[in-house]
Design a protein around this ligand. Structure first.
Ligand SMILES: Nc1nc2c(c(=O)[nH]1)N[C@H]1C(S)=C(S)[C@@H](COP(=O)(O)O)O[C@H]1N2
Ligand SMILES: [Mo]
Length: 404
């Protein structure tokens, strides 16, 4: 481990960070290292249920088109994870999903500058080295694209350990003027947008209300899973707002600007806007709402067979609200409690497994639901509000498997 652990700042994870249960170590190695124990689950540590054993095979999902495959990472393109392949708490950088709406700029870290402007006493400019000289904050954050869903079998998702510096400290150092209520984050990527019949150049931009910018434990990250932030994930610097949908995590960060009114750019005001029919203070209204905090969600992604035994595996996401339980129902049967990964922390994804005893040959329907500490239960598809936009697909996701 690096010295960064000694300088952890005001993050509120309740689980240890990277520690002595390396998910990638072969089991024999770990046995030898004597790391068995505390996190045991049916005699084995949780992650040993994640890595496929030699005798273990994937049980085919019959709801997946034949030959369904996650294509390899291609320059400029979207990338999604084959969620059947999730076998570790941290998503390897090479697998982590990739979304960008303009280009993927290649920035020279030595020439890199971040500007902090607007309603501050002291506008600031930082080189990457100056940012790295600030106290390091480590953050384990898992997130999905606001457009993640059934189409890619939830593949627009990942979980990583990020290292960077505190956004709040930077803002406070610049001195926030009282009239500043909105903090805008601009990327270095650019594209043309037609706005009211006019073609104009825009940078990717997202904003946070000042309270979120100060309280959301957000960091400016230069490191991902122990490596320099990869180009496609926003090198050399990106914003990470834990507990928020991916769109908040502005990559290739160029400028932070404090202003006295709401930012209305495409990705706040027009795109990544959920239209749904909801109750607004007793009135049923069609509401347009910017995609912000992650909604309580879980999904089954993998079923494996080891002899006669079957294991169901999946993930849950929250906005940081602790999970109370993940439950599984098989063929409409009673809800059964799944085991939660003890490595799960406040903002990480939360992996779960369930030992499925007595699976009979034939097709079965499996579904998971997440319940949080406030008693909120993940909605069934029927309980979802009418929602014609494709954002925020947090409904329970029934999966079909064939037992041979
Ligand atoms: N500068 C910039 N940042 C961006 C985007 C973008 O297009 N440009 N896409 C956003 C969206 S929609 C998502 S889901 C996440 C994806 O982050 P990843 O590619 O590292 O997984 O980045 C966000 N940050
Ligand atoms: Mo996204």
């Amino acid at each position: 481990m690096t010295a960064q652990n000694n300088t952890k700042q005001h993050q509120t994870q309740h689980a240890p960070a990277l520690h002595a249960t390396p998910p990638d170590l072969p089991r024999r190695e770990v046995l030898r290292a004597g790391l068995f124990g505390a996190a045991a689950l049916g005699g084995l540590p949780f992650w040993s249920h994640l890595a496929l054993g030699a005798e273990e095979e994937l049980v085919p999902f019959t709801d997946m088109p034949p030959g369904f495959l996650a294509p390899p990472v291609t320059p400029g393109a979207t990338h999604f994870l084959d969620t059947r392949g999730i076998n570790s708490f941290y998503t390897p950088n090479a697998d982590f999903y990739i979304i960008q709406h303009y280009n993927q700029p290649e920035l020279d870290p030595a020439a890199y500058k971040l500007k902090l402007t607007g309603l501050v006493d002291k506008p600031l400019e930082f080189t990457l080295d100056q940012l790295k000289a600030r106290p390091h904050v480590e953050l384990i954050a898992g997130f999905e694209c606001g457009g993640n869903g059934e189409r890619m079998f939830q593949g627009l998702i990942g979980n990583a350990r990020w290292v960077g510096c505190s956004l709040r400290d930077l803002l406070q150092e610049a001195g926030l003027r009282p009239e500043g209520i909105e903090v805008v984050f601009y990327g270095n990527d650019k594209g043309m947008e037609t706005i009211r019949d006019k073609n104009v150049e825009q940078s990717f931009g997202r904003s946070l209300h000042i309270n979120d910018a100060l309280n959301a434990n957000a960091i400016l990250a230069w490191e991902m899973n122990g490596e320099a932030l990869p180009q496609y994930h926003g090198a050399p610097l990106r914003l990470i707002v834990p507990g928020w949908y991916g769109v908040a995590n502005v990559k290739w960060l160029a400028q932070i600007h404090v202003q006295d009114r709401r930012f209305m750019g495409r990705f706040m005001g027009r795109d990544y806007v959920t239209l749904s029919k909801v109750d607004i203070g007793g009135e049923e209204r069609w509401e347009e709402r910017s995609v912000t905090k992650i909604r309580l969600k879980s999904s089954i992604v993998r079923v494996t067979k080891n002899g006669a035994a079957h294991t169901i595996m999946g993930f849950a996401l929250t906005d940081g609200t602790p999970l109370r339980a993940i439950e599984i129902s098989i063929d409409g049967g009673p809800w059964q409690t799944a085991s939660l990964d003890p490595q799960a922390s406040e903002y990480s994804w939360k992996l779960f497994t369930y030992t499925w005893n007595g699976a009979t040959p034939g097709e079965h329907t499996l579904v998971s639901r997440a319940i949080d500490s406030k008693g909120q239960i993940q909605a069934t598809p029927a309980e979802m509000p009418e929602k014609p936009t494709r954002w925020e697909n947090y409904a329970q996701f029934p999966r079909k498997v064939m037992i041979g």
